[in-house]
Design a protein around this ligand. Structure first.
Ligand code: AMP
Ligand code: TRP
Length: 335
């Protein structure tokens, strides 16, 4: 079913619209790697339930997210693009892996601490065991490589530890996955508070750029981006967080190195700089936005992708699960 390339797995939560951070930190790397690997890209809808969702919004966001993967250039004929909730093996393996995860490990997760502070009235068990479900996603498919943004590094380390612990106890079952975190744009910063990560849940829409923002909205948000009071276009994250973030964004869209970007703008003012950054981002996202509009018209095509890829993912997941269940001593189903 899959060729003998190595396996890549990644996913995003359908909790809103994708931002430039999701795109540059994760999705763009998926595009670069998709030919070299056998890839699974999931819409991790089960993860989203850890925070209250309006059911109708969740359904809509999940479908829009899947379409944005495809619009960005993920080929759904060559890769397995699917909904996590269509493959029950995720939840089953997560249960088993829960029994191989220590409370102390989960207590150390910074995302749990951040999210519990933010959702004080709903610190549910799912939020706590979220990283175990993520480990199950990855280990279910014998994944070699997981491209993610910097904020997921700790979760990935935990997935590796769980895999090794399981293998030590039961013999080699799981591949221990490697993270893939790009050097540039692993942490795209907020346009309004450039020492904070750009996040789709920010209350101020000027803090983020959505992939589907209109070109003039993109240009305006970049024009309003917070910078600093000197006038030098120089990459220095410690002292010039806002400018450095924009340099990084510009570099991603043009393929220039940071040094090249600096020389390109030497002697120019922040106004000119921001205008050019706005232009390259708006232009750079245009093909994705056009493809997205086309896909919206093509309901049957998307339905068929969802069905076919869900079946393939299920087939592969069951293969791993059978092995895992046997190893831990669960009785085989007699047919
Ligand atoms: P999420 O939206 O939390 O499901 O994140 C999906 C992917 O985007 C993950 O790989 C994140 O690490 C990545 N990501 C989210 N925000 C950013 C950001 N501001 N900069 C870089 N990567 C990000
Ligand atoms: N936790 C990830 C995030 O918030 C999403 C995710 C869930 C994921 N399962 C995954 C990413 C498996 C990579 C691999 O961004």
């Amino acid at each position: 079913m899959m060729s003998d390339k190595k396996i890549l797995y990644s996913g995003m939560q359908p909790t809103g619209q994708l931002t430039l951070g999701n795109y540059l930190g994760a999705l763009k790397n998926w595009l670069l790697l998709q030919e070299e690997y056998n890839c699974l890209f999931s819409v991790v809808d089960l993860h989203s339930l850890t925070v209250r969702q309006k059911p109708a919004d969740l359904r809509k966001n999940a479908r829009n997210l899947l379409m944005q993967y495809i619009a960005a250039g993920i080929d759904p004929e060559e890769n397995i693009v699917y909904y996590q909730s269509h493959v029950s093996g995720h939840a089953e393996l997560a249960w088993i892996l829960n029994c191989y995860t220590h409370l102390g490990e989960l207590n150390r997760m910074t995302q749990f601490k951040e999210k519990s502070a933010k959702h004080e009235s709903n610190i549910n068990a799912g939020l706590f065991t979220y990283p175990v479900l993520m480990a199950a996603d990855i280990l279910l498919f014998n994944t070699d490589l997981v491209p993610v943004g910097h904020d997921q590094k700790q979760h990935l380390e935990l997935a590796r530890d769980i895999a090794s612990r399981f293998n030590n106890a039961n013999g080699d079952v799981f591949t221990v996955p490697d993270p893939y975190i790009a050097k540039v744009a692993a942490r795209v910063m907020s346009l309004q508070e450039p020492t904070k990560k750009m996040s789709k849940s920010d209350e101020n829409p000027n803090a983020y750029i959505l992939l589907l923002d209109e070109p003039n909205v993109i240009r305006n948000k970049i024009k309003r981006a917070v910078t600093d009071s000197d006038a030098e276009i120089r990459f220095d994250r410690g002292n010039k967080a806002g400018i450095s973030n924009l340099i990084e964004i510009y570099s991603c869209f043009t393929g220039m190195t940071m040094d090249e970007v600096q020389s390109h703008f030497e002697g120019k003012g922040y106004g000119d700089f921001k205008k050019e950054v706005g232009d390259v981002v708006a232009e750079g996202l245009r093909p994705l936005q056009e493809r997205y509009k086309e896909l919206q018209k093509n309901k049957d095509y998307i339905d068929q992708i969802i069905k076919k890829n869900g079946e393939t993912a299920n087939y592969l997941a069951q293969k791993t699960l059978r092995k895992v269940k046997k190893k831990v001593g669960l009785p085989e189903l007699v047919r």
